[in-house]
Design a protein around this ligand. Structure first.
Ligand SMILES: [Zn+2]
Length: 366
């Protein structure tokens, strides 16, 4: 089945060119099936997700029409401005070079909107969609370029039941952020670590989509019907790996089968995952400016006090070496991408303590 395609305007540039984001839509053949929105590349440098969406486009285009039950909207590059912004060999990345603001902190938190008593999941979803449209109609004439861009993307995401925002770390492991009630879906993805959203929204897309449901979950009944937003972190920035993108895409297709968006069984799973809340992050900060040798790789587990690397300090009478240690035990998820460190930069991000969750999903075809 071939998708339809649309170019959505997000910004008029000083030169008069209109910057657009291209979306691809596969219309599902069942109105009952969940709707899906998947975007990649909002942080400019984080391009593996774009390779994954390209793979999804190829795979879905090869499926017969009656095997796609729910509507699927794909945006391979959600931020052309971020992708094009180079300074020498370096891509500017997660921050708008004009304002310094993070591209993934401008989505609207709608969780103050209470579901009416006895409200169904679908009725509350309609309320959220309508609230976002009201906000857009009031603000669109006068808002920042970043808010306008985020609105354009969130309007597509808000209509979906399953939202995936594909990112990478500067350097990092493969892991996923999402609400605890979506862990069975998260287990389908090509990752080893889950970070469960606490319900606090700092303007990231996964939080903007999930937080109303986390906050009002007790009043809305069935976990299995509740929409969710995930942020999927796919390794290192500035690189694509097309073989890995096939594995990432297979995980996403399996999630869509598990949730009844595509026909067919999900992949069999016999895997354990490290799980912790987004309140359990422990940064390792550079104690001084200097040059840092990284001695632990993302994906490792460390104990409190383990040596993480060595800082070559240039601020004394002579260059000197200073070891840096883990403040807490946990999983090393990310690493700073450069040996050249200002005082206080985040050298590593450790997640812990983690629970170990095991999932077993046997294929019905076995
Ligand atoms: Zn990112």
């Amino acid at each position: 089945m071939q998708p339809t395609s649309e170019a959505i305007p997000v910004r008029t540039l000083p030169s008069g060119h209109v910057l657009t984001v291209r979306s691809f839509r596969f219309s599902g053949c069942s109105v009952e099936a969940p709707r899906v929105y998947i975007q990649a590349g909002v942080h400019g440098t984080e391009v593996q997700g774009t390779a994954v969406v390209a793979q999804l486009l190829a795979e879905l285009s090869n499926l017969p029409q009656d095997s796609i039950l729910g509507e699927i909207v794909l945006v391979p590059n959600a931020n052309p401005h971020g992708l094009n912004s180079k300074s020498g060999e370096h891509t500017v990345g997660p921050f708008d070079p004009a304002t310094g603001l993070n591209w993934n902190r401008a989505y609207s938190d709608l969780s103050s909107l209470e579901p009416p008593k006895g409200s169904s999941v679908s009725a509350y979803k309609t309320l959220l969609v309508n609230r976002l449209e009201e906000m857009w109609s009031k603000k669109s004439a006068s808002c920042s370029a970043m808010q306008r861009h985020a609105f354009s993307l969130q309007r597509m995401a808000q209509r979906a039941d399953i939202v995936l925002d594909l990112h990478t770390s500067a350097r990092g492991n493969r892991y996923v952020y999402g609400p605890a009630y979506a862990q069975t879906a998260m287990a389908q993805l090509n990752v080893t670590d889950f970070i469960t959203l606490s319900g606090r929204c700092d303007g990231a897309l996964d939080e903007a989509i999930s937080c109303p449901w986390i906050r009002h979950r007790a009043r809305l009944g069935s976990d299995s019907e509740m929409p969710f937003g995930l942020t999927l972190e796919l390794g290192d920035q500035e690189q694509i790996d097309l073989e890995e993108a096939k594995r990432d895409a297979q995980g996403i297709l399996s999630l869509l089968r598990l949730n009844g968006v595509l026909t067919g069984p999900p992949q069999p799973l016999f895997q354990s995952f490290h799980v912790a809340s987004d309140q359990n992050f422990h940064p390792v900060y550079a104690p001084s400016g200097g040059l840092f040798q990284f001695e632990v790789q993302p994906g490792s587990s460390v104990r409190a006090g383990d040596r993480m690397g060595t800082l070559l300090r240039l601020d004394g009478a002579h260059p000197q070496l200073e070891p840096v240690h883990a403040p807490k035990a946990g999983r090393v998820l990310t690493q700073y991408p450069s040996a050249i460190c200002h005082q206080g930069v985040e050298l590593y991000k450790i997640l812990g303590p983690c629970e170990v969750l095991s999932f077993v999903v046997e294929s019905p075809l076995k």
